[in-house]
Design a protein around this ligand. Sequence first.
Ligand SMILES: *Cc1c(COP(=O)(O)O)cnc(C)c1O
Length: 406
Amino acid sequence: MSDSECYDKNEFPGGGLSKESRLSLESLAVHGATPFEPVTGSITAPIYQTSTFRHPALGESTGFDYSRVVNPTRTELEKTVALLEGGKHGLAFATGMGAISTLIKLYHPGDHIIVSEDLYGGTYRLFNEYYREYGYLFSWVDTSDFNRIEKNLRPETKALFIETPSNPMMKVTDIRRCAELIHSRGGHLVVDNTFLSPWFQNPLALGADLVIHSGTKYLAGHNDTLSGFIVHSSDALLETLQNIQKSEGASLSPFDSWLTLRGIKTLGLRMEKHEKNALLIASWLRGHERVEKVFYTGFEDHPQYVLSQNQARGSGGMISFYLKNPADVPVLLRSIKLILFAESLGGVESLLTYPLIQTHQAIPEAMRLSAGVNDRLMRLSVGIEHANDIIADLDSALSQCKKENK
Ligand SMILES: *Cc1c(COP(=O)(O)O)cnc(C)c1O
């Protein structure tokens, strides 16, 4: 194969949209980085279901050598997610945790990282049970309170790792201010943007250096695959991150890359519907006699409503709420029929989660309680079913709670 026939290493073999493309997010999501594969005209990205690639001759390569390192289907997905986040570079991993495991290796023992205290339990477990043992230093902070971040800064602080809105308490952290603060000390701002997805929030545009996604959630969107991403615009970090990705081996498979690409095509439609439903259901729950409090950033009386409106284009589809009576928890979970009692979020099906024993079990009790994760907290990932059906399901399950617990 001559040089001119060789594919550029990080290039899906097709005519791609340029990074400067001014297409809207809707159109980018539908068409991806490469709207068609030019040889056959295939409109969807082919699944290059191969582990390895033939070399034309000694010292020659098509640009693709081994699928842990680069695979064309994964490359197309990486470029598409980068476009959606307004970043230069995307890296796709087998899971969101695979992405976070790679990201954390940018830092070293002795480095200090300030982390949102109210965040995904798996991230807490990875940092606290493993990386702390290796000598990394972490401070767990309510990052929605800017003063507390400032108070926890140290000379060795290398990064701020935030989730906003937070999981599960829906606290909002000021991305722009965090970026300014950590940049003034030469550190990175990392934002886990899983909850809002690039549809509603683009942290890089607000000053973040690195964006994390569990693509398992809204990006793929159908509760049918796992995936994870790091998106950034730093040429300086790219090689290091690619090296860690290929060394660690948590690269996303060709088929799961394709499933995630397919999910992304309808990101806009889904996110709009998730949000519309979430506002209706949050408002309904709020008026229910067995519900004490509802957390949703779309409420005008949410403590950080203004900030949320300032940095995001929407409030997404995640709701948390406190029941009044902890005895209602098992009854509710057993009585829902349309809504499924399951971990995870961001798919078309509505899922109800009990963070205390599911997503946040790894977090010690005192810290959990101070973050607000108590034995009455429920988290609802609002799906795209008809809002009336979701409400009817909640209504009948809460009636059952009343019957059993008075
Ligand atoms: C699910 C989730 C993760 C982990 O992603 P996996 O794909 O399950 O590994 C990380 N962050 C947030 C906010 C999540 O919801």
